[in-house]
Design a binder for this molecule. Structure first.
Ligand SMILES: Cc1ncc(COP(=O)(O)O)c(C=O)c1O
Length: 406
């Protein structure tokens, strides 16, 4: 591995047909653009003879290979066991299903801990499942000014009655990366399970789920250059102990037990191609090594590329009169949230869009966080970086915002 090598940005950009439209895409935290090779994998799979998973016909085997390959690919991306990779429609759907299943074991007096920093998909499923089970919800608050969620804001809420702790690995609103490992260790010491929302972290950093201490980790390939579906990972031995509602003829095997109905084979083929694409971004000296190592090297290169551009973006925005940057955590993803004096967030979004700069406005479903910070449901403007972002994109965003403030 050559950790010092940079991302070849021209090569990266050439792989994305969408970039030919000349738009500067800063809406990656909402959903990233997709390389041609991923689109082709999806089209090839849906166009070839395809059936339900099985081993008799070539069409059945194709569907089976799509699932098995995608589990292996996700295992390489996240450093987890392929036998514990569960696919679903979205992170939201998987978290609702998991919450309902875990809550079968909760009762009055039990507690779950959620944070105000999280996307609502890592709050509401737990709150609603707890309410139904008669369990209590304890809320961890974050620092409104810095956007930080110190570990003890969560760990101080733990008790012997805590059954589950749900914490984001990175805030999709502010980029904040809480110390998940410290929280997980404390949760485990209290006898609780730890759910980590990895949707916003996975596109930006190397991920090792066991090292994070997550019992459950969720993410969504459409945030990391892939297709629209969700992924939940856990240790297969933990999944064996859980019994979700399922159809009678459906296998009770893990992880299939957690997958309701027929899987989107073509999207899974797209996700495998996405992980391959990411692995191929590893500096060229890494070409001979296994895919997990190449993924890690590529994610280090992506992280470095995004950090450099983000420093420019933040420096530029903070130098503009009338621009307020919200919550700048010390450890975070390259995601900036800002407001422009005298302009509504929607107005800024629209004015930038007129210039071919896509940086949307809102709370981005991190509604508790936006309200807690006093931004209300209107939120602010979010600019997030992606592997395909370049210096020209950053210049265009800064020029666009300067044009609005001026
Ligand atoms: C941090 C975070 N968690 C969860 C979600 C929900 O993901 P999905 O659309 O796969 O349900 C999102 C989507 O924006 C997100 O950013």
């Amino acid at each position: 591995m050559n950790p010092a090598a940079d991302l070849d940005i021209a090569r990266v950009r050439a792989a994305f047909p969408a970039l030919a439209d000349g738009v500067a895409y800063f809406d990656g935290p909402g959903g990233s653009q997709v390389p041609a090779v991923v689109g082709r994998a999806i089209a090839d799979t849906i166009s070839a003879g395809i059936a339900n998973r099985g081993s008799v016909t070539a069409a059945e085997r194709r569907a089976d290979v799509a699932v098995v390959d995608a589990r292996r690919a996700m295992a390489d991306l996240l450093g987890c066991d392929a036998g514990g990779v569960v696919f679903g429609r979205s992170m939201t759907q998987l978290t609702y299903d998991l919450a309902r299943t875990l809550a079968l074991q909760w009762g009055p007096g039990d507690e779950v801990v959620v944070t105000r920093l999280d996307h609502d998909a890592d709050i509401r499923p737990w709150v609603q499942a707890a309410d139904r089970a008669g369990a209590n919800v304890r809320w961890a608050d974050f620092d409104k000014d810095t956007g930080e969620l110190p570990a003890d804001a969560v760990t101080s809420l733990l008790s012997q009655r805590t059954r589950l702790v749900a914490v984001t690995a990175a805030s999709n609103l502010l980029g904040t990366r809480p110390d998940v490992r410290v929280i997980a260790d404390a949760a485990h010491a209290a006898g609780a399970l730890m759910h980590v929302d990895g949707v916003h972290l996975t596109p930006h950093a190397p991920v090792d789920v066991p090292a994070l201490g997550a019992d459950f980790y969720t993410c969504s390939p459409y945030k990391f250059l892939g297709p629209h579906h969700g992924v939940l990972v856990a240790d297969p031995r933990l999944l064996e102990t859980l019994h979700p509602d399922k159809l009678l003829p459906q296998t009770d095997n893990v992880p299939e037990r957690f997958e309701l109905g027929t899987l989107p084979y073509e999207l899974l083929a797209g996700t495998t191609a996405t992980v391959e694409f990411i692995a191929d971004l590893a500096p060229s000296g890494d070409s001979g090594v296994d895919r997990r190592s190449r993924v890690l090297a590529a994610m280090v290169a992506i992280e470095r590329h995004e950090e450099r551009l983000f420093a420019r973006l933040l420096g530029g925005l903070s130098g503009l009169d009338g621009v307020t940057l919200h919550g700048r955590p010390a450890h975070g993803t390259p995601t900036a949230l800002f407001s422009v004096r005298g302009r509504s967030p929607d107005d800024v979004f629209e004015r930038l869009a007129e210039r071919g700069v896509n940086a949307p406005s809102g709370s981005f479903y991190a509604i508790e966080a936006a309200r807690w910070m006093g931004l209300g449901d209107e939120g602010a403007v979010r600019a997030g970086l992606a592997p395909y972002t370049n210096d020209d994109d950053v210049d265009r965003l800064l020029d666009g915002v300067a044009g609005i403030t001026g």
